[in-house]
Design a protein around this ligand. Structure first.
Ligand SMILES: C[S@@+](CC[C@H](N)C(=O)[O-])C[C@H]1O[C@@H](n2cnc3c(N)ncnc32)[C@H](O)[C@@H]1O
Length: 378
């Protein structure tokens, strides 16, 4: 990727294992020039493209704009290069900033000092033009977020166009036990091969993350259509372009008519799921019942089933085994002709589902290695 005529380079970060599906999402937005690395997908694009990517991608975390890449074998070179960036042309001196470091380098081993020297470079650039005034540092809620990626051969400095990570869609203010992150839930659904038409069932739906993400996928709703982004604090932010882009995305929302079913045994999680569906005004498409899915009377044949059963250490292994076995029996008996995706970080328990998997995909839930198990049930 080195043809600058086609726009500038942006990098979208994601959870390990979701790179391929994220790249497909970006292609589906009409952006063709992409590249894939470990936990990142790069693309060349225009302002409209990165506005669109921020609003639309379901599996991305941050959309970063590359400012500069250079070699720095010591901290003085790092400072000198950071100072060469025209920071004062990127954002107003009144904006607050935060600097983060990712990756590792044998020559720049002290990440606090890396931050310190980049900060000096930024502040000295501003000082040169504004006497002794300089931007404030704000670690909790900065207007501008700067990220340095280190490798042994180079340093890359990015501006984070997203700000808050993109899994924060704004619909979840409270969560139940062991929630799954929104980007991972969406990634699992996109990897599942769901036809986007069959009804959806999550038999252990917790706060309803799978159901909300599936709803947005089926109806082509960009997950972050109503959010704000850090690029709105940049000098080159084009509000008219942003609003026009957002309007055109809203016009592409459809009404799929798909229904979403859930069971949840825990009172608090059930309450939270109800609150989320009401807040999003999607409760009419949802049929979430409080109770044990194993006692459900209905038939769920032909549905798309997606769930992450409990796997935490607080439950006894025997109980976990039984739950996974019961889930397997439930799928066999009540979910004929369906496509089921079960996500778990308990690889031992997963064996007790007792059905032949059509695919096993390695993913992570935070630091825990996990599997997405796919089943085709006849
Ligand atoms: C790992 S959590 C799922 C989290 C969910 N994906 C979310 O995003 O909030 C597992 C959930 O299964 C529920 N659960 C466990 N056994 C159940 C059963 N037999 N019937 C219904 N729900 C059950 C638990 O209460 C818990 O909320």
């Amino acid at each position: 990727l080195n043809n600058k005529d086609e726009g500038e380079l942006y990098v979208v970060t994601c959870q390990t294992g979701l790179e391929e599906i994220l790249e497909k999402e970006i292609h589906d937005l009409g952006i063709e020039r992409t590249t894939r690395g470990s936990s990142i997908v790069g693309f060349y694009g225009t302002a409209k493209d990165y506005y669109t990517v921020n609003m639309c991608v379901r599996t991305g975390l941050h959309v970063l704009k590359l400012l500069k890449s250079f070699r720095a074998s010591d901290y003085d070179m790092l400072y000198y290069q950071a100072r060469k960036i025209n920071w004062h042309k990127l954002f107003d001196i009144g904006r607050s900033i935060r600097i983060d470091v990712k990756g590792k380098s044998r020559s720049l081993t002290n990440s606090q000092y890396v931050i310190h020297r980049i900060k000096d470079g930024i502040m000295d650039t501003f000082r040169k033009f504004f006497d002794s005034r300089r931007p404030d540092i704000n670690k909790d809620d900065p207007d501008i977020s700067i990220i340095a990626y280190l490798t042994d051969s180079e340093v890359k400095i990015y501006l984070d166009s997203s700000g808050q990570p993109l899994f924060k869609r704004g619909y979840r203010t409270e969560h139940g036990e062991a929630p799954i992150k929104e980007d991972l839930a969406a990634g699992i659904i996109l990897l599942s091969g769901w036809d986007l038409k069959s009804d959806v069932l999550d038999p252990m739906c917790g706060a309803g993350t799978f159901l909300v993400e599936a709803y947005m996928i089926a109806n082509n709703i960009p997950p972050n259509i109503n959010r704000s982004f850090s690029f709105q604090n940049w000098f080159d932010y084009d509000e008219n372009l942003f609003l026009a882009t957002r309007e055109s995305l809203k016009k592409r929302i459809v009404n799929s008519g798909v229904k979403f079913h859930g069971y949840e045994i825990d009172a608090k999680s059930f309450r939270i799921s109800n609150e989320i569906m009401k807040k999003l005004k999607i409760e009419k498409s949802m049929d979430i019942k409080r109770g044990d899915f194993l006692k459900a009377s209905g038939d769920f044949g032909g549905m798309f089933i997606v769930t992450n059963p409990p796997y935490d250490e607080r439950l006894k292994m025997d109980d976990i085994k039984k739950l996974y076995k019961d889930l397997g029996d439930f799928l066999k008996q009540k979910c004929k002709n369906s496509n089921a995706s079960v996500f778990t970080a308990n690889l031992e328990a997963a064996k007790f589902v007792g059905l032949r998997t059509s695919a096993k995909i390695k993913l992570y839930n935070g630091p825990l290695e996990a599997r997405l198990l796919k089943f085709e049930i006849y």
